[in-house]
Design a protein around this ligand. Structure first.
Ligand code: SAT
Ligand code: MN
Length: 595
C-alpha cells in the first residue's frame, strides 16, 4: 500500500476487501495527472488503450462485445424486504446476495492491482456533497472516475478527519494466473454480473462488468440509487436530470431541470445553443441533479458529477456543437470506430463516411459493411470544465434555483410536443406515467415502449410508490415556490416515419414558451391531458416548418389517449395499496377529461 489511511472504517474495509479479493498490490489513488498517466501507460502497454493522433491526450477503448451497456436485469436493490425495493427493482435478500457475491469476489483480483479511489460527488467539502470510495481492479475505471468525479487526496484528508463515506466495491471479475496475459477488455459472463445496492447500509457491490454505469460507481449506483434512498430519508431529491440555465434577452435567468431516460438527448439539451435571438443557454449538468430546499423555500440543484459520459453516435456539429468542442482533447472514447488517420468516428458525426474504418469490434469496416462502425451506445468521457458553455455557477455549492421541471421520453406517436401540468399533483402524475421507447443504453430489446417513471425506473433505490409519495411531499413543502412542470416529446413522427420537430437548438422555442408561462406572459389552452400552447405563442421565427407538421405535432387524439388508460392502470396496479391516493385521483380526473 502506497499511503497510510487513518480513517478506521476505510482501513478496515480495505483490509477486508483485500483478504477477500486477494490482489497482488494495493494502490491508493490521489487524482493527479501523473496518476492518470500512470494508469494510461498500463492500459497502453496491454493494448487496451489506443492513442488518437488527432486528439491530444485522448484514447479509444474497445469493450468486450458482451459488455456494452448497463445491465438492468443484473441490477439489484437488496433491502431487508422485497417490498422496500418495490415492483420496479430486482431484489435478492441481502444475506443471500452477499453470500453469492462473496463467492465471486473470492480471489477475483489475483494477478491484479486493487485501486482505492476516494472521490467526492459534488464540490469537495461542500455540505451538499457526498464522499464515496470505489475499490476497483480496473485502471480504465480509475481514469474514468478521474473525469466523472472529483478524485483527490483532499478527499482522503476529509476521511482522515473522520468524515463518513459510501463504500463502492467493483471488480471486473477476471483474476490472472501466474504470467497469464491479460485480454483487452476483461469482464465476466453475463450470468455472473451483479450490480448490487444495499441502500439500508449505503453500500454498492458490483461484479463482472467494466462498462459505464456498471463500473463507474459514483454515477448511477451512488449518485442515483443510493442517493435517492438517502434523499428520501433526509428530505431532498436525487434525480436523473440535466440542469441548464436559460437567460432571456432582458437578462432574466431561468433554471431548468429535465428528466429523460438514458440516450434520449439530455446531453444535447443541456448544451443546446438557442436558435431564437437573444436567448442564451448554459450547461450545469447533463445527467444527475441533487436538489435541496434552500432557506428562501426554493429548490436548489447541483450537479454532483464533474464530467460527461455522453452517447457518441448522433453527436455532431449540427446536433451538439458544444459537445463536439468539449471532446477535442483529454477524452476517453469507448466503442467508437477508428479512422485510418487516428481519429474517432461514429454514425452521425458528419456527412462524409470514410471509405475505411476499424469498427468498434476491431474489424475492418467499409461503407458496404452492413453493421454499425460504432456501437450505438459508444461513449465519450470528457471533463465538464472543457465545455465552452459550462455555466460559471456549475460548481457553486449552493446550487441554482429551479424554475421548471421537464419530463419526457421518446414517443413516435400519441404524445404532443409540449404540455403543461395543471398542478403539482398533475405534474407528479405526468412524471409517474412517463413512457419511452427503449434505447441501447441498457442491454435488451431496443425500441419497445415502457413506462419509465421520472426516467428513474433503472435508478430508484427504493419502492417507486414511496418515491411518488416523496415527490408529493416535496411539492407540499415547496408550496407556491414549487417549479412548474411540463412534459415534452421531441420525437413524434409523421405517419411516414419522419421526425416532425427539428429538435436540438430549436427546442429553445419550447423552453422559451415555458419561461413565458412562468412569467404569466402567455396563456394556455385546456386539453384533457394538460395545458397546451395557444397557436402563435411558440416562437417559430426563422423556422420553416409546414403548418400540417405543427398540427400533427400538437395533435391530441382522444381515442389514442383513451387507449393509454389500460396501460397506465396496469402500471399503477403494480404498486398495490402503496400507490398514493393522490395519483389515483389524477388518473380518475384524466379519465373524466377524456370523456
Ligand atoms: O452507463 S450509464 O448508466 O452511465 C449511461 C446511462 O445509461 O445513462
Ligand atoms: Mn443517464
Amino acid at each position: 500500500m502506497n499511503i497510510t489511511v487513518k480513517n478506521k472504517k476505510l482501513n478496515d474495509w480495505i483490509k477486508e476487501t483485500a483478504d477477500m479479493c486477494r490482489p497482488d498490490n494495493i494502490y491508493i489513488c490521489n487524482g493527479t495527472k501523473e496518476e492518470y498517466n500512470l494508469m494510461l501507460s498500463k492500459l497502453l502497454e496491454n493494448g487496451s488503450a489506443i492513442p488518437l493522433k488527432k486528439r491530444s491526450n485522448s484514447y479509444l477503448f474497445r469493450s468486450d462485445p458482451s459488455d456494452v451497456a448497463r445491465v438492468e436485469d443484473r441490477t439489484f436493490i437488496s433491502t431487508s424486504s422485497k417490498d422496500k425495493a418495490g415492483p420496479t427493482n430486482n431484489w435478492i435478500a441481502p444475506a443471500e446476495l452477499k453470500d453469492t457475491m462473496k463467492r465471486l469476489y473470492n480471489g477475483c483480483m489475483k494477478g491484479r492491482t486493487m485501486y482505492v479511489i476516494p472521490f467526492s460527488m459534488g464540490p469537495i467539502g461542500s455540505p451538499i456533497s457526498r464522499i464515496g470510495v470505489e475499490i476497483s481492479d480496473s485502471p480504465y475505471v480509475v481514469c474514468n472516475m478521474h473525469v466523472m468525479t472529483r478524485v483527490s487526496s483532499k478527499v482522503l484528508e476529509l476521511l482522515d478527519r473522520g468524515e463518513d463515506f459510501i463504500p463502492c466495491l467493483h471488480s471486473i471479475g477476471v483474476p490472472l494466473g501466474n504470467g497469464q496475459k491479460d485480454v483487452q477488455w476483461p469482464c465476466a459472463p453475463i450470468e455472473s454480473k451483479y450490480i448490487s445496492h444495499f441502500p439500508e447500509e449505503n453500500l454498492v457491490w458490483s461484479f463482472g462488468s467494466g462498462y459505464g454505469g456498471n463500473a463507474l460507481l459514483g454515477k448511477k449506483c451512488l449518485a442515483l440509487r443510493i442517493a435517492s434512498a438517502i434523499a428520501k430519508r433526509e428530505g431532498w431529491m436525487a434525480e436523473h436530470m440535466l440542469i441548464l440555465r436559460l437567460t432571456n434577452p432582458e437578462g432574466r435567468q431561468y433554471h431548468i431541470a429535465a428528466a429523460f431516460p438514458s440516450a434520449c438527448g439530455k446531453t444535447n439539451l443541456a448544451m443546446m445553443q438557442p436558435s431564437i435571438k437573444g436567448w442564451k443557454c448554459e450547461c450545469i449538468g447533463d445527467d444527475i441533479a441533487w436538489m435541496k430546499i434552500g432557506s428562501d423555500g426554493r429548490l436548489y440543484a447541483i450537479n454532483p458529477e464533474s464530467g460527461f459520459f455522453g452517447v457518441a453516435p448522433g453527436t455532431s456539429y449540427e446536433t451538439n456543437p458544444m459537445a463536439m468542442e468539449t471532446i477535442k482533447e483529454n477524452v476517453i472514447f469507448t466503442n467508437c470506430a477508428l479512422t485510418d488517420d487516428g481519429d474517432v468516428w461514429w454514425e452521425g458525426i458528419n456527412d462524409d463516411v470514410p471509405s475505411h474504418l476499424i469498427d468498434w469490434k476491431g474489424r475492418d469496416w467499409t461503407p458496404e459493411s452492413n453493421t454499425d462502425a460504432a456501437h450505438p451506445n459508444a461513449r465519450f468521457t470528457a471533463p465538464a470544465s472543457q465545455c465552452p458553455v459550462i455555466c460559471k455557477d456549475w460548481e457553486n455549492p449552493t446550487g441554482v434555483p429551479i424554475d421548471i421541471f421537464i419530463f419526457g421520453g421518446r414517443r413516435s406517436s400519441v404524445v404532443p410536443l409540449v404540455h403543461e401540468a395543471y398542478s403539482w399533483d398533475h405534474g407528479v402524475f405526468l412524471g409517474a406515467t412517463a413512457a419511452s421507447e427503449t434505447t441501447s443504453a441498457n442491454i435488451g430489446e431496443v425500441g419497445y415502449l415502457r413506462r419509465d417513471p421520472f426516467a428513474m425506473k433503472p435508478f430508484c433505490g427504493y419502492n417507486m410508490a414511496d418515491y411518488f409519495r416523496h415527490w408529493l411531499d416535496m411539492g407540499d413543502r415547496l408550496g407556491s415556490k414549487a417549479p412548474k412542470i411540463f412534459y415534452v416529446n421531441w420525437f413524434r413522427k409523421s405517419p411516414d416515419g419522419k421526425f416532425l420537430w427539428p429538435g436540438f437548438s430549436d427546442n429553445s422555442r419550447v423552453l422559451k414558451w415555458m419561461c413565458e408561462r412562468v412569467e404569466g406572459k402567455v396563456g394556455s389552452l385546456k386539453s384533457p391531458i394538460g395545458l397546451l400552447p395557444i397557436e402563435g405563442d411558440i416562437d417559430l421565427n426563422g423556422l420553416d416548418i409546414p403548418a400540417e407538421n405543427l398540427r400533427e405535432l400538437m395533435k391530441i387524439d382522444i381515442k389514442e389517449w383513451r387507449d393509454e388508460i389500460p396501460d397506465i392502470e396496469e402500471h399503477f396496479a403494480m404498486f398495490g395499496t402503496r400507490l398514493p391516493e393522490r395519483l389515483k385521483v389524477q388518473l380518475k380526473e384524466l379519465i373524466t377529461r377524456l370523456g
